[in-house]
Write a protein that binds this ligand. Sequence first.
Ligand code: TYD
Length: 189
Amino acid sequence: MFIVFEGIDGTGKSTQVNLLADALRQQGREVVTSKEPTDGPHGTRLRQSADTGRLSPQEELDLFHLDRKEHIANLIKPSLERGAVVILDRYFFSTMAYQGVRGFDPLEIRRINEEFAPLPDHVFILELDLDTALDRIGVRDGEANEFEQRESLQKCHEVFAALDDDFIHRVDAGQTPEKVHERVLSHLS
Ligand code: TYD
C-alpha cells in the first residue's frame, strides 16, 4: 500500500505521516516513511536553493524529477515490492502545485511524472484556510513577503483543489491532529 500526504505548507503533513505510521505498525505492518524533497544530493540542493534562490525554475523542476526518480528506485519501489506500506510527505502532486506556481502547466507535470512514478493508492490532501496556514508557518500580516507567500499558497491550494481522482481524499486540517488522524483512518478502513 502506497499512501501520500499533500497540502500547502503549515497543514501538518509530517505529524499525520507519523501518526498513521504508528497506527499501522501497531497493526503489525512494516511501514516505511519518507518525504520529498529527499535528503539525497538532489533534494539537498533543492533545499539549499530555497534559501539562496539560485536555481532557475527549469533547473528546479529537473532536480525535483531527478530526486523523485532516485527516491522511487532506492526506496519506494523496493519497499512496496517486499510488501511494506510506504507513507510519503509530498510527492508529484506538490510538483504540480509548486512548480505550477513557477509557470509550468500542472497537467503537463503530471503527465511527465506518470511516465516514471507509480500512482499512490491513497492521497490525503490536508486542507487549511490561508490565514491559519500562514500563521502556522510564522508569516505575519504586513511582513515583506506576506503578500507573495499568500498568493503562491493560494495558487498551490487551487491546484490541489482541482485534483479529482478516486484515490484523492480531502481532510480538514483545521481540526486537532488527533481528529485529522481519525478522519484519515476512516478513509482507509
Ligand atoms: P516541505 O515539505 O515544506 O519541507 P520542510 O520540512 O523542509 O519545510 O517541502 C519543502 C518545499 O519544497 C515546500 O515549500 C514545497 C516544495 N516542493 C516543490 O516545490 N516541489 C516538489 O515537487 C516538492 C516535493 C516540494
